[in-house]
Design a protein around this ligand. Structure first.
Ligand code: 13P
Length: 256
């Protein structure tokens, strides 16, 4: 299985800035067969970047899309409109769950619509700080994972990527804490167990599981060597080209 390094740019970069970044990244990057590099620009930048990128080196992800293909849904963009333009779409990011009010039902429809349109959903799940403090992590992970996959049949599980992003570990500052490899390992094991119980052991092993939450070049190696982790979903550090390249280099070293 490939190791995935996905940069989630969130609400950052103008189209011009995104284009310059991609130009530099393409120039700096050889084609690593074992490392799949993906960036998720803002919706506005997706189309121009899709014409600019070399998909063998860097693939594109949308940060979100709507599950209906067309209709009276002002402000939305559909997976069918993104079909052929992006290879991946982040679905159910905690910022969409908690800031924009998405629930598991809507997220499940988005996962289904992505697969139907030949876009790989990167299904994000993760507990908040208070859920962890109250010992609810396992229940939250189970609910979000099975909720998000509720419209995915046995044959389609291999078309999904899961990302474990504990909300408390996202955008950590010096005063807040980051996830330890042991904490990640425990949840990733749980994710694989739930997938195995629901879809069978073989199918469960085929699902890439990424980790996200304050990933930096300095901790990428430790996170990538957690058993069962197949890649990283990088926010803040992906906005700094040199840091993102360093993380890709770490992934390459871990793989070789
Ligand atoms: P940070 O790497 O900035 O913590 O963001 C993680 C994230 O939310 C990626 O989707």
């Amino acid at each position: 299985m490939k190791t995935y390094i996905v940069g989630n740019w969130k609400l950052n970069f103008t189209v011009g800035e995104a284009s310059i970044y991609l130009h530099k990244l393409l120039k700096a990057m050889p084609n690593y067969r074992d490392v799949g590099v993906v960036v998720a620009p803002s919706t506005l930048a997706i189309q121009p970047l899709s014409l600019q990128t070399d998909r063998h080196k860097i693939k594109l992800a949308a940060q979100n899309a709507f599950y209906r293909d067309y209709g009276a849904y002002t402000g939305e963009i559909s997976f069918s409109q993104l079909r052929g333009v992006v290879d991946y779409c982040i679905v159910g990011h905690s910022e969409r769950r908690y800031v924009l009010g998405e629930d598991d039902k809507m997220i499940a429809k988005k996962v289904e619509a992505a697969i139907r349109n030949k876009i790989t959903p990167i299904l994000c799940i993760g507990e908040t700080e208070s859920e962890r403090a109250f010992g609810e992590t396992a229940d939250v992970i189970r609910d979000q994972l099975l909720g998000g996959l509720s419209e995915v049949g046995d044959d389609d599980l291999s078309k999904v990527i899961v990302a474990y992003e504990p909300v408390w570990a996202i955008s950590s500052t010096k005063s807040s804490r980051i996830a330890s490899p042991d904490e990640i390992s425990e949840v990733v094991k749980l994710i694989r167990r739930i997938l195995a119980d629901t879809y069978g052991i073989e199918s469960a092993e085929e699902v890439p599981v990424l980790f996200g939450g304050s990933v930096k070049p300095s901790n990428a190696g430790a996170y990538l060597t957690v058993p069962g982790v197949n890649g990283l979903l990088v926010g803040g550090a992906s906005l700094i080209l040199s840091e993102f390249i360093d993380i890709i280099e770490v992934a390459k070293r871990v793989r070789s």
